[in-house]
Design a protein around this ligand. Structure first.
Ligand SMILES: C[S@@+](CC[C@H](N)C(=O)[O-])C[C@H]1O[C@@H](n2cnc3c(N)ncnc32)[C@H](O)[C@@H]1O
Length: 693
C-alpha cells in the first residue's frame, strides 16, 4: 500500500501534478526556463498536496504522512496550513491573489502564505511561486493583522453565543434550595420572635411596673433597629444561596503539554501579566470558593488536573483575543478532562476513541500519553471528520478513521486496550441547554439512550484486549447515563463498574442517582452549580478477572429466574396473574422498589430498561449526528506542531499526582441485550460457574 505524493501526482491526479504546481499557467518563455532551473522545495510541494488531500478529499493524511519517510520535517508545515486555514483563506481572498496571480495554484499559495505568516516567517528558495508570494509579503502581513482582529471579534462572538453571554442563570441545586429554606425558617424564627419577645417583656417589666417615662418609645426604636439590621443581614446572607450566574463561571484553559511544559506555560503567562495564585487547598469546596474570588489578573492551577488552569470570568475577553497563544493553550471545559484522565492509558498503550470529532479529548489523550503509543480516532460524520483531521493533524500518535464505530472491530484497530466512548447525546449539560425552558422530549432521549447502549455494548464485546472503558456524556438525564450503564452491566457480566470517585483520587462532589443502587454512587456527575463547568456524566468500566462477573449481572440473572418461576406459577394459576414479585418473594433483589407488570414478567424486561429496549429497535433510524454536541473549546484548535522529543520513560501517566510537566465485525454478533438467549449470555454463564467453584 505504499503511497507517495509523487505517485499520486503522476498516476491518480494528473491535474495536480508536481510539475503543475511549479508551472504558473500565465507565464511562459523565460519564466519557464527559470522555473526549470529553480525547483520548488520538496517540503512546500508535498505540504501542498497533503493539505489538499486532507481538506478536499477528506483523506486520512496521517497514514500517508506515516508512510512518507522523506517528509518527516514537513508534517509541521501541513499542520500549520490546516490549523490556520480559515484565516489563510480569508487573507488569500482579500488580497485577490487568485486574480492577481492566476498561475499560482491556490493550495500552493496557501502553503506559502502559511509559512510566511504562521511558520518561520520567511520563504525558502527562489522558485517562481515562492518569489511570487514573497513580493506580497508586506501586504500579507498587514492583512493578517487586520483579519485576525476581525477573527478575534468573530471568535469572541461565537464563544459568547455558545457559552458566555446567554442571559442564563443556573437553577439552584435542589439540595441547596432545601437548605436555604430551612435556614431561612430557623433564622427568621430566631431573629424576629426573640426581639419581639424581648421588647414586650422589657416593656412590661420596666415601663409598666416601674412607670419609666418614655420607655415605650425607646423600646420601640431599639426593636425597629434590631429588625432592620436583621433584614439587612438576611438579605446579605441570602446572596450565598442565589442562583449561580454566568459571571460566576471561570474560564478553563488547558496547557497543550505537547507544545510546552507547565513551567514554560506559567512563565509565558507571567510575561503576559498574569499572576498565579499559589495557594494549596485540601478541600475542593474551598478551592471553588477561591476560584469565585479570583482577581482580574489572577489564575490558579486546577484542584484535580495539573494541566488545567483556571482564570476568572473576566479573562474570557483576553483569551478571545490571545491568538498568539492558541497553539499552546486550549480552551476546554474542565468537565471534559474527567473522561480522559479517568481512562488513564499507559504511555505506550493502544487507545480507541470511538466518537472522536472534533478531537478535543483525543488530543488530550495524546498529550497524556506524551505522544507515544497509538490512538485510533473514529468519526462517522463527514464534516466532523474533516474537523477532526484538522485538529489531530500534527499528532503523530493519532490515526483517524472515517467510519461508523459500530462497524469497526479489532481487525481494523488491533490490540485496543483502552476505549473512550463519548457519543452523541442530548447535550443537556451544555450551559445554554440547561436553561432552555422547552419540555424534555422523552422519546428522543429514549432513542439516544438506545444508541448509546448499543455503542457501549459494542465497546465491551468487539475488542478482546480492551481492559478499561470510559463512557461519558454531556447529558444530565439518567436515561442517557445511569440507565445505559445499568443496561450494559446487566447483559455484560465480563465488565464491572469502578468507583469513579476513588479512581479520580481527589474529592468530588456529585455522583449518580441513588435510584440505581450499586451504579449511581460509582458514577460521577459534573454539575454547573457546584463545579462551575458544564454538566457531564462519567462511568469507568474495567474487565473482570477470569471467572468473575459483575454484581449487577448476577442480581439481574437472579431476578430473571424469579420472574420465570412466577410466570410458571401464573400459567398454572391464572388467578395469580396480577401478583407482584415482592408479594410472594420479599427477598427478591429489587423487592419493594419496583412494580412488575404482566407484560414485563412474560417478556423478562425490567421497567428501568424498557425505554432502552424500545430505543434499540428504532436505533437504526436515529440520526446520530443530529446531536453532535461540540464542547465549548472551539477556537483554539490545539493542533500541536512540534512533537516533544524528550519524553520521560515513565510507563504510566499518573494524572492525579502533580506530574512534572516536562514530562497525559464482530458486527454479526451484535449485542442483543434483551433477547434471552445470546452467545454473550452463554459465555457469562461459564464465568459464573467459575465463581461458584
Ligand atoms: C459528543 S461528540 C464527541 C466529542 C469528542 N469526544 C471531543 O471531545 O471532541 C460525539 C461525536 O460522535 C460522533 N458519532 C456518533 N455516532 C457515531 C458512530 N456510530 N460512529 C462514529 N462516530 C459517531 C458524532 O458525529 C460526534 O462527532
Amino acid at each position: 500500500m505504499g503511497w507517495s505524493v509523487e505517485e499520486e501526482c503522476r498516476d491518480e491526479k494528473p491535474n495536480i501534478s508536481a510539475s503543475q504546481l511549479l508551472t504558473p499557467k500565465s507565464e511562459a518563455g523565460t519564466d519557464k526556463r527559470r522555473e526549470q532551473r529553480v525547483k520548488l522545495p520538496t517540503n512546500y510541494r508535498k505540504a501542498c498536496k497533503y493539505a489538499q488531500l486532507a481538506v478536499e478529499e477528506k483523506r486520512d493524511i496521517n497514514a500517508l504522512l506515516d508512510q512518507d519517510r522523506h517528509f518527516r520535517t514537513g508534517r509541521s508545515i501541513v499542520g500549520r496550513v490546516l490549523c490556520n486555514l480559515p484565516k489563510i483563506d480569508a487573507i488569500y481572498t482579500k488580497l485577490e491573489l487568485a486574480t492577481k496571480e492566476p498561475g499560482l495554484r491556490p493550495w500552493l499559495a496557501r502553503v506559502l502564505i502559511s509559512e510566511l505568516l504562521y511558520g518561520s516567517g520567511r520563504l525558502v528558495g527562489s522558485a517562481l511561486p515562492v518569489e511570487c508570494v514573497r513580493k506580497y509579503a508586506e501586504q500579507l502581513r498587514a492583512l493578517k493583522a487586520e483579519i485576525e482582529q476581525n477573527f478575534t471579534v468573530e471568535f469572541a462572538e461565537t464563544e459568547r453565543q455558545e457559552e458566555v453571554d446567554d442571559p442564563y442563570t443556573i437553577p439552584l441545586h435542589s439540595r441547596q434550595a432545601a437548605f436555604a429554606i430551612l435556614w431561612l425558617l430557623v433564622y427568621s424564627f430566631a431573629m424576629f420572635t426573640l426581639p419581639f419577645g424581648a421588647f414586650y417583656g422589657t416593656r412590661h417589666v420596666l415601663a409598666d411596673r416601674f412607670q419609666i417615662e418614655g420607655f415605650h418609645n425607646t423600646c420601640g426604636s431599639v426593636l425597629a433597629a434590631v429588625l432592620t439590621v436583621n433584614i439587612i443581614i438576611m438579605l446579605y446572607a441570602f446572596r450565598g444561596f442565589r442562583e449561580v450566574e454566568e459571571e460566576d463561571l471561570p474560564r478553563f484553559v488547558r496547557i497543550n503539554t505537547t507544545q510546552l511544559s507547565k513551567a514554560d506555560a506559567k512563565a509565558l503567562l507571567a510575561k503576559e501579566q498574569w499572576f498565579e495564585v499559589e495557594e494549596k487547598f485540601d478541600s475542593y469546596r474551598e478551592f471553588l470558593e477561591r476560584v469565585k474570588t479570583l482577581g482580574d489578573k489572577e489564575y490558579i492551577e486546577d484542584f484535580h488536573f495539573p494541566d488545567m488552569l483556571v482564570f476568572p470570568n473576566s479573562a474570557k475577553q483576553y483569551w478571545g483575543k490571545a491568538v498568539h497563544l492558541r497553539d499552546r493553550f486550549i480552551l476546554q471545559n474542565k468537565a471534559c478532562l474527567l473522561p480522559t484522565y479517568l481512562l488513564r492509558p499507559g504511555k505506550k498503550s493502544v487507545v480507541l476513541d470511538m466518537c472522536a470529532a472534533p478531537g478535543l479529548k483525543t488530543t488530550h489523550l495524546a498529550a497524556l500519553m506524551k505522544n507515544k503509543g497509538r490512538i485510533y480516532a473514529v468519526e462517522h460524520n463527514a464534516n466532523r471528520y474533516a474537523l477532526l483531521t484538522q485538529m489531530v493533524g500534527a499528532y503523530g500518535v493519532i490515526k483517524t478513521l472515517h467510519s461508523d464505530c459500530l462497524k469497526v472491530s479489532d481487525e481494523q484497530v488491533p490490540g485496543v486496550e483502552y476505549i473512550l466512548l463519548d457519543p452523541s447525546c442530548s447535550g443537556s449539560g451544555m450551559l445554554q441547554r440547561q436553561f432552555e425552558k422547552d419540555e424534555v422530549d422523552q422519546h428522543r432521549l429514549y432513542k439516544l439512550g438506545g444508541v448509546q447502549y448499543k455503542l457501549l455494548s459494542h465497546a465491551m464485546n468487539a475488542y478482546p484486549n480492551a481492559r478499561r472503558i470510559v463512557y461519558s456524556t454531556c447529558s444530565i438525564h439518567t436515561i442517557e447515563n445511569e440507565e445505559v450503564v445499568q443496561g450494559v452491566l446487566r447483559h455484560n457480566g465480563h465488565f464491572r463498574l469502578l468507583d469513579a470517585r476513588k479512581e479520580l483520587g481527589r474529592e468530588w462532589l456529585n455522583v449518580g442517582s441513588p435510584n440505581f443502587p450499586g451504579i449511581g454512587e460509582r458514577c460521577l456527575y459534573a454539575r454547573t452549580e457546584d463545579d462551575l463547568t458544564i454538566g457531564m456524566f462519567v462511568a469507568v468500566f474495567e474487565r473482570c478477572p477470569e471467572g468473575v462477573v459483575n454484581e449487577t449481572y448476577t442480581a439481574y440473572e437472579r431476578q430473571k429466574d424469579s420472574y420465570e418461576r412466577l410466570a410458571l406459577i401464573q400459567r398454572k394459576h391464572p388467578a395469580l396473574q396480577e401478583i407482584n414479585e415482592e408479594d410472594w418473594r420479599p427477598e427478591a433483589p429489587f423487592a419493594g422498589k419496583r412494580k412488575v407488570t404482566k407484560t414485563e414478567r412474560t417478556e423478562h424486561v425490567p421497567v428501568k430498561t424498557e425505554p432502552i429496549a424500545k430505543k434499540r429497535k428504532s436505533s437504526q433510524t436515529v440520526e446520530q449526528d443530529e446531536e453532535d454536541d461540540e464542547e465549548d473549546v472551539k477556537p483554539f484548535k490545539g493542533v500541536s506542531v512540534k512533537q516533544e522529543e524528550q519524553e520521560e520513560e515513565e510507563e504510566d501517566v499518573k494524572p492525579f499526582v502533580v506530574v512534572k510537566q516536562e514530562e497525559q465485525d464482530e458486527e454479526g454478533e451484535d449485542v442483543k441485550p434483551f433477547v434471552k438467549k445470546s452467545k454473550k449470555k452463554d459465555k457469562s454463564k461459564k464465568c459464573r460457574k467459575g465463581v461458584s467453584q
